[in-house]
Design a protein around this ligand. Structure first.
Ligand code: ADP
Ligand code: ASP
Ligand code: MG
Length: 418
């Protein structure tokens, strides 16, 4: 008998019929003798609808009130799922985040989980019930409801699994695992039966939205056995088959995995580029530009400073698109006050495309194959950054899909059967 956490995403919870399928699947696991905790998301489209509603009242919604609104989608889901379980004769109880409680900091709309109390959940499990806990929401030290950022139910599920010391966390979604790239963009993408934790972390942070990055961080920190699999298979498929399906996140690299140089291609359109022209090339300049940006709580991703010509240079960096306007304001204000610079230009129409793989550690020529492939497609590279297991480039966003498809093929990731 194991303690298992299931997470179901928006599509998986998208209709009364789908919720009833989820209940049938959970009932199967419960019948097999497992102690079950289930963490559902809001029904698909619901969180967007709630946020849009808030924006109709206030263009820049008050963050505390926005969380009060956005968190309700998950509350509906847990109630419906607990009812569907009870209707099948499975004892169940639903909890909102604050009832557990799932404690977070007070960073509304992007709160971080600080601790999860397991006493109430364990008591209900001991009583033989399936415990259904809201994804995405928590409660701050003053009792205010918080949310964990978009896609945050993944993080709720893995954090609950960590807090309970669960044997496994199964993330059920609308694809049957983690693919070499988003199968919606590249139909030839292949499912990876296994992916290392490090690769998953890079892929999630570079834009593969199949898992929220913080869920991967939790899985790594607490060594939670985590698997991504489909919620769209018949709910009565054999449990043994279901338990081996999808993609397992592993903490060891085995030999077969090392053979694949590149495991996946990630992409996003979440960033914007800012360039400051004619910056004096002297010590302290990067600090004088990026210090005020950091003080404004804006995360900077890629940074490039060119060779100086005649004592001045161009300085470029990327920020999240949501923080682009704010970053421009900081540069025009606080930074201009101390740095003698030329024009400040911005470009929100960029995309970041990355190749990821632990095999890169032991192979040369990955960067040159990447650059050659983009060159063959006539795509200009604006910025480059690398780590031990990834190479990212910034390109014009209108070429993003072309770049992803070309790289997928060039690195031999296309499914031969597709
Ligand atoms: P859920 O509602 O279940 O949380 P999401 O929409 O958040 O589902 O995540 C699943 C989606 O992630 C898939 O439908 C797919 O389009 C997208 N995706 C992006 N990159 C990948 C990838 N590398 N492998 C699988 N799915 C991916
Ligand atoms: N419902 C939330 C969202 O749409 C959380 C999640 O789905 O993981 O972002
Ligand atoms: Mg998701």
């Amino acid at each position: 008998m194991a303690l298992i956490v299931h997470k179901y995403g928006g599509t998986s919870m998208g209709s009364v019929e789908r919720i009833s399928n989820v209940a049938a699947r959970v009932a199967k696991w419960h019948r097999a003798g497992h102690r079950m905790v289930v963490v559902p998301s809001a029904m698909s489209g619901e969180t967007n609808r709630l946020i849009a509603l808030a924006r109709e009242i206030q263009a820049q919604p008050d963050p505390r009130e926005l969380d009060m609104i956005a968190s309700t989608g998950e509350q509906v889901s847990v109630g419906l799922l607990a009812m569907a379980l009870k209707a099948r004769g499975v004892p169940a109880v639903s909890f909102a985040g604050w009832q557990v409680p799932v404690r977070t900091d007070d960073a509304f709309t992007k709160a971080r989980i600080s601790s999860i109390d397991d006493a109430r959940v364990r008591a209900e499990l001991d009583a033989g019930k399936v415990v259904v806990i809201t994804g995405f929401q928590g409660v701050d030290p003053d009792g205010h409801i918080t949310t964990l950022g978009r896609g945050g139910s993944d993080t709720s599920a893995v954090a609950v699994a960590a807090a309970l010391g669960a044997d496994e966390c199964l993330i059920y979604t609308d694809v049957d695992g983690v693919y070499t790239t988003d199968p919606r963009i590249v139909p030839e993408a292949r499912r990876l039966p296994k992916v290392t934790f490090e690769e998953m972390l890079e892929m999630a942070s570079l834009g593969s939205k199949v898992l929220q990055i913080r869920s991967v961080e939790f899985a790594g920190k607490y060594r939670v056995k985590t698997r991504v699999l489909s919620s769209l298979t018949p709910p009565d498929i054999a449990l043994a088959e279901e338990s081996e399906s999808g993609t397992l996140i592993t903490f060891e690299e085995d030999e077969t995995m090392e053979q694949a140089v590149i495991s996946g291609i990630a992409f996003n359109r979440d960033e914007a580029k800012i360039t400051i022209g004619n910056v004096p090339d002297r010590p302290g300049i990067a600090y004088q530009i990026l210090g005020p940006v950091a003080d404004a709580n804006i995360d900077v991703d890629m940074i490039i400073q060119n060779q100086s010509r005649g004592g001045t240079t161009d300085f470029s960096f990327t920020v999240h698109r949501n923080e682009y306007q704010k970053a421009l304001e900081v540069l025009d204000g606080k930074v201009r006050a101390v740095v003698q610079a030329g024009e400040i230009t911005g470009d929100p129409k960029i995309a970041k495309v990355s190749v990821v793989g632990i095999g890169m550690r032991s192979h040369v020529g990955i960067a040159s194959l990447m650059f050659q492939t983009l060159y063959n497609e006539g795509i200009n590279i604006q910025m480059i950054s690398t780590s031990e297991i990834k190479i990212s480039v910034v390109i014009d966003d209108k070429y993003m899909e072309l770049a992803v498809r070309a790289l997928h093929k060039a690195f031999g990731l296309d499914n031969p059967a597709a």
